[in-house]
Design a protein around this ligand. Structure first.
Ligand SMILES: [Zn+2]
Length: 233
């Protein structure tokens, strides 16, 4: 990767992120932050890449953000020509380690008292995925997090979650309440009409098997929205 190409990419990226040319201190801070991300990515892939600098640039060019690069699926990572299978698995492993560290901060703790930690965990785990996926957080009687269970993934804009998917897992785990979580790859956490209708149907269906739907959270990159806080529950 030539230095000139890097600067050009950096300027393009900053312009597309902020929608305008940056000037002065604002530009210096944004460039420093961008360079920091490049250096981190470069160091992460260094043991597994012939050209770590080029691969770091390619990752940021393809995924746009450090979080998105780390959360990328193996198949998407391998779409970068200079990416080896070992390097892709190394990146996935780093993302998983990060997720586990954040989950440990809420595991077996009441979610209500640890909402900030839970939100940080969900943003890293699901917020930057490029296709929609659904997870269910299983809570005990004291609303402590028992486990985080992956349900299924869909496309960029749609996922088909069924009530039986959620109910089966909740009953299997003997959960008292659950939080349904899904992501919006668009970056907009506003619920669709389908999301709102499904939340209501799921809540009633779970009541029949003695499980409370504590919340339905939509995570979109670094933003998060609770359907309970919107009055949908
Ligand atoms: Zn949705």
């Amino acid at each position: 990767m030539c230095e000139g190409c890097g600067i050009e990419l950096l300027d393009q990226k900053l312009h597309s992120t902020f929608g305008r040319e940056l000037a002065g201190e604002e530009s210096r801070l944004a460039k420093r932050e961008w360079e920091q991300k490049l250096h981190i990515l470069q160091a992460l892939v260094a043991p597994l890449a012939r050209d770590p600098s080029g691969l770091a640039y390619a990752l940021l060019r393809r995924f746009g953000a450090l979080n998105a690069a780390l959360a990328a699926d193996e198949r998407d990572l391998l779409s970068i020509p200079s990416m080896s299978l070992r390097a892709a698995r190394h990146i996935a492993c780093i993302h998983e380690a990060l997720s586990i560290c954040l989950r440990e901060r809420v595991q077996h703790k009441p979610v209500i008292k640890n909402m900030t930690n839970l939100e940080e965990y969900l943003k890293i785990k699901s917020g930057w995925k490029q296709v929609e996926e659904a997870r269910i957080l299983l809570l005990d009687q004291k609303r402590r997090l028992l486990d985080d269970h992956y349900i299924r993934r869909g496309s960029v804009s749609k996922i088909d979650i069924t009530i039986s998917d959620v109910a089966r897992i909740a009953v299997q785990w003997n959960a008292s309440s659950v939080i349904l979580v899904h992501n919006h790859p668009s970056g907009d956490p506003q619920p669709s009409l389908e999301d709102i209708n499904f939340t209501s149907k799921l809540s009633h269906a779970l009541e029949i098997v003695g499980v409370e739907l504590h919340d339905h959270i939509i995570v979109a990159k670094n933003r998060l929205l609770s359907l309970r806080s919107l009055g949908c529950l």
